[in-house]
Each structure stands twice: as C-alpha cells, then as structure tokens.
Unconditional design. Structure first.
Length: 499
C-alpha cells in the first residue's frame, strides 16, 4: 500500500486547493505532528482518494458551464445586463423569444457601471424581452494575444467582392472563396520598426503626383464639404494608383451612393483588384465602426503578405460620428462640438494601424475623406485628423462650382512626406508654381476689374501669362489617367515653354 503523505508533503506538493483540503481533512480533527508522518493504515485517506477519482471522472465528461446574465434595461441604443463579468469589447448573445426572425441577438459590451454591463446590439433586437438571458461568447485559447478579439474573413478570394461590416457578401456572387480569418484589432507596430516613407506612389492624378507627391505608406486626408468631389477623386485614384491591392471602406454614406460608387466611379477594372466594405448610414453605429476596423484589418492582411496596399476610407468623419453616437448613448459627456473625448482617442487608434510595416514588408497607403461641415476647416474632427495624418488635400467648393475638377486647393493642401521623396529640381518647380498661384489668387479681383497694369510685379505678370496653362495642368477628367512621369513632364513644360 502507498504510504499516505505527511503534512509537509501536502503543503509542498502541487495539489489543487480542493485536493489539499481533502487530504488535510483525512487527518481528522487531530492531525499527527509533521515529522512523525501519517499512520499507514488511515482508512479515511483511501476513501477520499476514491471519491476524488470519481469526481475527476465526472468532471472530465461534464459540459462547460454556460455563464449567463439577465437583461435588465433597454433604452435607446443601449441595453443593460447584470450577472456577467465581461471585458469591454466582448461579444454576447441575447436570447430572443421563439418565433423571432433570429434565434439570438448579438451585442457588444461597450461599457459598464458597477455590476451592470452596457451592451450595444449589432443585429436586429426586435422582440427582446425583459429578463432575457445574456450569454458570453465562448472564448478562444489563451495563448493567442488577440484572444477574444472578433475575427472576420480575409483572404485573396475577397478581391472583387463587396462585403458588409461583418464580412458577409453584399453582392450576389455567392459565398466567399479562399477565406482565412483575422482579428478586427491588431497589436500596434513599434514606430521604430516601421519602414520610413521613401518611395513615391503614382496615384494617377496630375495635381497630386506633381504638387502633392504621395509616398508609399503615407496617410493622407481628403478634406471637403459635401458634394465637392471626394468620392470621384477616390474613384480615380482607385482605378489608376499603382497598388497591388485596394481596400475601400464606405462608412456611413448614403446607401444609394454605395452602388453608384462601385458601378460608376470605381468601375469593373477598379473593382477587380479591390475589396469593398460598405456600412451605409442606416446600419448601427457599432457596425459602421466595425466596417472601418474591418477594412483596416483587410489592408493589414495584404500588407503582412508583403503587398503594397491602397486603402480608401470614405469617410473618417462618419466613423467619428458613429463613435460619438455610441459614447453619448453610454453617458460619456460631450466635449468639443458634441464629440466626447473617446472620439479623439479612437481616430489615431484607427489611423495608426495603416502606413508602412516593418522594413522589407508591404505597405498601406491610406486616403481618408474628412467632411468639413459648411467648409469649416476648424471642425474638431478635421483638426484632429489634420494632426494625425501625414498630409491633407483640401477640395475647394469655389473651384468645384467653377467646374474645376479635381477641385484641389493647392495652396491649402500639403503632403508632409513630399520633401523627402522628390529631388531639388522638382521641389523648386513646385515652389514656383505655388508662388505664382498664390500671387494670382491674391490679385485676382484687381486683375479681373482691370485695375492691375502689367510691369509692376514681375512674378504676377508671369503668373497672369501662365495662368490658363496652370489651370489646364491642374484639371483632369475623372476617366483620365496621369502617370507620375507624365505629370512631372507636364509640370516641367509649364516653365520651359513660354514660362
Ligand atoms: N473630376 C470630376 N469631373 C467632373 N465632375 C466631377 C468630378 N468630380 C466631381 N464631379 C461632380 O461633383 C459631384 C459630386 O461629387 P462626389 O460625389 O465625389 O462628391 P462628394 O464630396 O463625395 O460628396 P458627398 O459629400 O455627398 O459624398 C459629382 O456627381 C460630379 O457631378
Ligand atoms: Mg462622397
């Protein structure tokens, strides 16, 4: 017979708390002294061991416990549940009564107060009952740092497809092929490991290629009021940019526009190398935010395979507005222009995921459109976006109204990576052109009423002479492609011929 353990052995062995307690209990109320050992013929110990073995066997075949809480409140966008202890961002399932279209509603934990969890539904919740049971989604193995993060489909089979915020196809092209899955959130990249921006990216738009040169891995903002041509410009870039893969996020735009963008602006050739994620204005704010995160994780997936990805997101403002809706609904106090502080934390968190990856890998060049309400460049989202992006292209309503497309306001726009990308000659020509444009604009009224007589300002004279050619240089039809080299040549010829 095996000799029973001494107290010392019990204390130092790696028994579970229950086993330790049972082993100690076997000594009865009067345990022997540690040094003397346990009587070899303790009948209790054998009995407890047998009982423990029985428990282990039952435990092995038992089904895992399904923790569940109860729904206590549903007000506005937010539901409240008690009885569960879950982290913010976890997913839950809420039971719906029999006969509902869905068996269960899905929701995400967006906050808590004491033991109450705030949930935001991502599906239809029509028919929810007070006291409905709320279940935590089973979590994945713990070795993965992204455990618990929601995973959505990614993969090469998604090219040419149009998906919703949950990765389900919106087109009628059948189920997705060759699909992998990736977490919606990603660990941040060490800024020192990122490859610097040092290679020019040809975007197919003359004014941008020549005067606002964009580099691979740069993140740019496209700032404009509504109807000034943001979507059309994004479409032109999607068609003509020299990128291997394009990921397009259509966030919070009108539903009608999604079809229009895909069919008319993007076109067949653009779509063939793109994945489109669309979450129009009528889907829940959580899904609008999820669509932006999903588009970003798709771009990350292709970048991590060494590809040069172009990401176009229309619009970053709608993403911020979705976060505002959620934050206000869970009781966060509004700060600047009704935007709660969490909005300004979410923007850089999303934008920082794009850009260059570690040296030698792929890149994500990103264009985010930013709505400037009433063409107000001081809008808090525009302000915050300007600070976190590597440059901004401002579209001007005045130019658009004059039929000048793309309506890029060259003076107000800047590409912060440009100086490191281009040579001195190119830089000098850009500087000259900007000077002439600005001189012309400032004196435009004088010139138009004939109050300016030539000979008083040499630069202005030159600007007046060149202006028609500058205007023609800046304009471009949206079905026309202007490759980088041709754009530089055109810029050079402005000054050599007739300058
Ligand atoms: N390059 C262009 N050439 C000709 N017309 C253009 C061009 N760009 C824009 N437009 C005109 O401007 C209109 C609005 O453009 P677009 O839909 O891109 O604006 P938007 O800024 O995306 O608007 P919203 O804020 O409503 O989304 C187009 O329907 C088109 O008529
Ligand atoms: Mg648009």
């Amino acid at each position: 017979m095996v000799s029973p353990p001494t107290l010392d052995e019990i204390a130092t062995s790696d028994l579970t708390p229950l086993e330790r307690e049972l082993a100690l209990a076997s000594f009865g109320s009067n345990p022997p002294h540690a040094q003397t050992g346990v009587a070899a013929d303790n009948p209790h110990l054998e009995a407890w061991r047998a009982r423990l073995d029985g428990l282990r066997t039952r435990n092995a075949i038992a089904k895992p416990l399904r923790a569940c809480g109860r729904l206590t409140r549903a007000a506005g966008l937010v539901l409240e549940a008690v009885g569960l202890r879950l982290s913010v961002g976890s997913e839950v399932m809420i039971e719906l009564p029999p006969g509902s279209t869905l068996a269960m509603a899905e929701a995400e934990v967006v906050g808590f107060a004491g033991d109450r969890l705030f949930l935001m539904p991502t599906t239809e919740v029509h028919g929810l009952l007070p006291g409905a049971r709320v279940f935590a989604l089973e979590s994945a193995p713990v070795e993965d740092p992204m455990t618990g993060a929601k995973r959505l489909p990614v993969g090469w089979g998604l090219l040419g497809r149009v998906l919703d915020a949950s990765g389900k196809p919106l087109d009628d092209l059948g189920p997705l092929a060759a699909v992998d899955d990736a977490p919606l959130t990603a660990p941040t990249i060490n800024p020192l490991h990122r490859e610097p921006i040092h290679k020019v990216l040809d975007v197919g738009v003359r004014a941008i290629n020549a005067l606002l040169t964009v580099g691979r891995g740069q993140r740019m903002g496209l700032f404009a009021g509504s109807g000034v041509g943001k979507s059309v410009l994004l479409g032109t870039m999607a068609r003509y940019t020299s990128a291997e893969v394009i990921v397009i996020g259509l966030i919070g735009e009108r539903g009608r526009e999604v079809k229009e963008f895909i069919e008319q602006i993007l076109g067949k050739e653009g779509l063939a190398r793109s994945v489109v994620v669309a979450a129009p204005a009528d889907v829940s704010p959580l899904l609008r935010m999820q669509a932006a995160a999903y588009a970003t994780s798709l771009a990350e997936y292709f970048r991590d395979q060494g590809k040069h990805v172009l990401m176009l997101m229309d619009s970053l403002t709608r993403y911020a507005m979705a976060q505002r809706e959620i934050a206000l609904a869970v009781g966060e106090p509004p700060a600047t222009k009704g935007y709660p502080p969490s909005v300004f934390a979410k923007l850089p968190a999303l934008v920082e995921r794009t850009g260059n990856g570690p040296a030698g890998g792929g890149s994500i060049t990103a264009f985010y459109t930013v709505l400037t309400e009433g063409d107000d460049q001081q809008d808090p989202i525009a302000d915050s976006a300007r600070a976190i992006l590597d440059g901004h292209i401002v579209l001007s309503r005045v130019l658009a109204e004059a039929g000048h497309y793309p309506a890029i306001d060259i003076e107000a726009s800047i590409s912060r990576a440009m100086n490191a990308l281009i040579d001195d000659k190119h830089l000098e020509k850009t500087r000259m052109l900007k000077q002439m444009l600005s001189r012309y604009q400032r004196n435009r009224d004088l010139i138009n009423v004939g109050a300016y007589t030539s000979g008083r300002d040499a630069l202005l004279d030159r600007a007046i002479a060149l202006y028609p050619r500058i205007e023609a240089f800046l304009q471009q039809g949206y079905r026309e492609c202007a490759p980088y080299d041709a754009s530089l040549k055109a810029l050079g010829s402005l000054f050599t011929e007739g300058g």
